[in-house]
Design a protein around this ligand. Structure first.
Ligand SMILES: N[C@@H](CCOP(=O)(O)O)C(=O)O
Length: 481
């Protein structure tokens, strides 16, 4: 394998940790120098190998490295760090939701990864590579650093803590812009946590400066090993859909743009190897509060397109509140490749309002899902894409819920309690709000308390009156005797 520069096309050996091209400063991707060997097996044989591999009991091959040949074939099995990542479920939406979207669709719940987001896929790859460098004596005492809106830092700190004491981690977070649940994650994993004034883009610049000047390992998706691991998302989607990608649409939110890069790269690799015979349509979604990628592609003439970083505004899709995505050059390169290989435009971008994001998240979760706000963003994006004619009713979509709903429960709380700050531009809908009801019937003389339980007639009276009060509130009818 080698690093390949997207700017000057120079290649570099992987014995050293590189994030940008030493020659021109552009971002890198990893390439398999012997990728033609993958074509030595037919698509059918590969499909069998990957399906049989599901039955193996070798921990290293249970996670994203089930697709070892496509993710990091140079990494020996004993260096692979497996913490239970990958193979997240694809859950079909119920009839109510499919009707709302006007088509068949599934959620892929990447919040069911170990640190509750898709970032674990990339960290399993990046930290397995670091582990390999440590084990082979090429590096020692690594300090891994990243900037984060929350999910990346949780994953980085988790995987680094597994490799301590050889690897330690430090994370930089925009002060006040990370949910309490996300803040608790790197703290709990023992990372050094720095809260920095400003937004994620400012933290990212500090991390870049640290990695240029000091001996640290950068763990953001600027690190090409992260992208490699996140390609597993596409491999799993393909495998779970029996490798049938015709008329399929994969919808992903865009923040730092590492994810959409990986999703396109993954499908392209499976396509080149003949494992899938069609490339799915890709729809990238951004909030109108942070939409630099969408804005770039608004210009239909590729020659006239100019990338303009923007200052992100407050967004409930907080992980995607990024105005200057580091993977933008990768996106541009891969969108071209993808459309070329497909023989027509197959990558599209859409933009949604904060109101749509929040409403869609709540509606999804009222219909059996555990979608985070970014999962709300992808559902809103799917509905938009249908209205804009980018996606059709005879297609089937797989939409990404990047993290667990619980990480972002504060937004739900503010919505339910009519406390959404004005800058989000969200007006809570009464029919989507919910609140707990404190139930203490007035006629009750005594109620149980911690350490002071009731017994005898007092307890029976408490149970009877409380049950009756709930039944009255819910207008329950009496059971027939
Ligand atoms: N939303 C991200 C931002 C950093 O993304 P990365 O993929 O470049 O590390 C986060 O969770 O921090």
């Amino acid at each position: 394998m080698s690093y390949h520069c997207l700017g000057c096309s120079e290649t570099f050996g992987i014995e050293q940790l590189l994030y940008t091209c030493p020659a021109c400063g552009e971002v890198l991707l990893l390439q398999d120098l012997e990728k033609n060997r993958l074509k030595g097996l037919s698509g059918e044989t590969w499909r069998d190998i990957l399906d049989y591999r599901r039955m193996l009991k070798i921990p290293a091959l249970k996670g994203i490295y089930r697709f070892h040949e496509f993710i990091g074939p140079v990494i020996p099995l004993d260096a692979i760090v497996y913490l239970g990542e990958g193979h997240t479920p694809i859950v079909e939406a119920n009839a109510t939701l499919q009707e709302a979207a006007g088509m068949r669709f599934f959620y892929k719940n990447d919040g069911q990864n170990p640190s509750a987001s898709f970032k674990d896929r990339g960290m399993a790859s990046a930290l397995s590579y670091i582990h390999y460098l440590v084990k082979s004596g090429r590096v020692e005492n690594i300090l891994a650093v990243c900037a984060s809106t929350g999910d990346t830092s949780a994953a980085a700190a988790l995987y680094a803590s597994y490799l301590q004491p050889s690897v330690k981690s430090a994370v930089l977070l925009p002060h006040g812009k990370v949910t309490p649940q996300q803040l608790s994650q790197p703290l709990g994993s023992g990372a050094s946590v720095f809260e920095i004034p400003g937004l994620f883009d400012d933290c990212m610049k500090v991390v870049e400066a640290l990695s240029e000047k000091y001996n640290v390992a950068l763990l953001n998706s600027k690190n090409a090993w992260r992208i490699l691991g996140q390609e597993s998302y596409s491999y799993e989607v393909a495998q779970d859909l029996e490798y049938e990608m015709k008329n399929k649409v994969v919808v992903v939110p865009i923040g730092n743009a590492g994810n959409i890069t990986a999703v396109m790269a993954g499908f392209l690799k499976f396509f080149e190897a003949g494992i899938i015979t069609d490339l799915p349509k890709i729809v990238g979604v951004q909030s109108e509060h942070a939409n630099p990628v969408y804005s770039y592609y608004l210009e239909p003439d590729a020659k006239k397109r100019r990338f303009e970083p923007m200052t992100a505004k407050p967004s409930v899709a907080q992980a995607a509140m990024i105005g200057n995505p580091v993977s933008m050059p990768r996106v541009i390169s891969l969108v071209n490749q993808y459309n070329q290989r497909a023989g027509k435009q197959m990558v599209f971008f859409t933009c949604v309002t904060e109101q749509e994001i929040m409403d869609c998240q709540l509606v999804a979760n009222r219909n059996g899902h555990i979608a985070c706000t970014h999962g709300g963003e992808t559902l809103a994006g799917l509905i938009r894409a249908r209205k804009e004619g980018l996606v059709h009713s005879d297609e089937t979509a797989i939409i990404d819920s990047t993290a667990h709903a619980l990480k972002f429960s504060g937004f739900q709380e503010m919505y339910f309690e009519d406390r959404m700050p004005a800058e989000y531009g969200i007006t809570p809908k009464k029919e989507l709000q919910n609140a707990p009801v404190f139930m203490r019937p007035e006629g009750l003389k005594e109620v149980p308390a911690p350490g002071a339980p009731l017994s005898g007639e007092a307890f029976r009276e408490f149970v009877r009156q409380t049950a009756d009060a709930i039944a009255e509130k819910l207008t329950l009818s009496l059971r027939e005797k």
